[in-house]
Design a protein around this ligand. Structure first.
Ligand code: PLP
Length: 359
């Protein structure tokens, strides 16, 4: 099986797994202790959580605090629902966590259009009365990198806060400059599933979304998992060290894939893009048939969350693809451990299967 679905989730880095094991250990070592307990094993677990917090914070801008959450969906919900300040503007290609939290907030919403390149115009008109602007750093379906630094400035000009969903960019490219709130998740950067974080710039007031025992300085109640925190921290530390090498590796894989799938059209910007994500379309392609013919390749039609509904991807239609073109798109997601041989084998198999369909 060749895994090319790194936007859906990434494998756990061996280093992250190693870092988790002591906190999953059995009765004698007491790695299982509650990090909110005052006794010695509890304090040891709390110390591991704080090391992890520093490691995650090192991926983010200076001058803010990391609160651990169950993932990015929770972090985004907290940022949107617990910072009620007026209307919410978000890009037409945001993840459904942003869209649905904004709709659930009851605030008036404004959808910021994207170009055919899949980019928000940094000079886009933002409605008066907007309290929060949310634009993601890297799109999960087409890999486009948004001009978030300028959009954060624009948000501030109208007196709004700027939320950046950095799930697909964290640990891969430099953090979004100028953001007030940043959401990220461990399982997209070779860490474990079930943990993410909300970074809040110092001085920005956020109310808790989850109430209880007052953990995480009262911002997010509930017992933390030291194992998940340690895995997240180790994955973040590794990502920081490997950022350039990973980027080079993925750029090479993307070029290789494009040279084999040379007649397929690229969805989204050619230039402002994350190389680990290749979204391609081929007129007339029957995606379910392709998937069934290429059962030994784990790849996707659009986003993992949206697939299976039958509806054409919201992101692909937002960049101007007709429903039939959107339905004949594939997403190949490469990762740190993907080899050139795997990309070559997978792309050749995909091309052969497409030719067999007569497209
Ligand atoms: N935002 C983006 C861009 C994503 O790709 C995802 C995951 O699919 C999420 C948010 C949600 O993250 P999580 O799975 O940690 O809730």
């Amino acid at each position: 099986m060749i895994y090319l679905d790194h936007q859906a989730t990434t494998p756990l880095a061996p280093e992250a797994k190693e870092a988790m094991l002591p906190w999953l250990s059995g009765p004698e070592a007491m790695g299982f202790a509650n990090p909110h307990s005052m006794h010695k094993p509890g304090r040891a677990a709390a110390a591991a959580v704080e090391v992890a917090r520093e490691q995650v914070a090192a991926l983010l801008p200076k001058g803010g605090r990391v609160t651990f959450t169950s993932g990015a969906t929770e972090a985004i919900n907290q940022a949107i629902l617990a910072v009620p300040r007026g209307n919410i503007a978000f890009s037409a290609i945001e993840h459904s966590a942003v869209v649905n939290a904004a709709l659930a907030s009851g605030a008036d919403v404004q959808e910021l259009p994207v170009s055919a390149e899949g980019l928000v115009d940094p000079e886009v008109e933002i409605d008066d009365g907007t309290g929060l602007v949310a634009v993601m750093q890297v799109n999960n379906e087409i890999g486009t990198i948004q001009p978030v630094a300028r959009l954060a400035e624009r948000a501030h000009e109208v007196g709004a806060l700027f939320l950046c969903d950095a799930v697909q960019g964290a640990g891969k490219i430099a953090p979004p400059a100028g953001a007030d709130l940043i959401a990220l998740t461990a399982h997209k950067l070779y860490g474990p599933k079930g943990i993410g974080a909300l970074w809040v710039r110092d001085g920005v007031a956020v109310a808790p979304l989850i109430h209880g025992g007052g953990q995480e300085s009262g911002l997010r109640s509930g017992t933390l998992s030291p194992a998940l925190c340690a895995g997240f921290g180790a994955a973040a530390a590794l990502a920081k060290v490997r950022m350039d090498a990973d980027f080079q590796h993925l750029s090479g894989l993307a070029s290789l894939a494009r040279s084999i799938l040379s007649r397929w059209g690229l969805n989204g910007s050619e230039i402002s893009r994350w190389p680990g994500n290749l979204s391609l379309h081929l007129e007339g392609l029957n995606f379910p048939r392709l998937m069934s013919d290429c059962r030994e390749i784990a790849f996707s039609a659009g986003s993992a969350c949206g697939s299976g509904t039958g509806a054409p991807s919201r992101v692909l239609t937002a960049i101007g693809l007709e429903a039939r073109q959107a339905r004949s798109s594939i997403r190949l997601g490469f990762g740190r451990y993907t080899t050139r041989e795997e990309v070559e084998e997978a792309c050749r198999a995909i091309e052969i299967a497409a030719v067999a369909q007569g497209v």
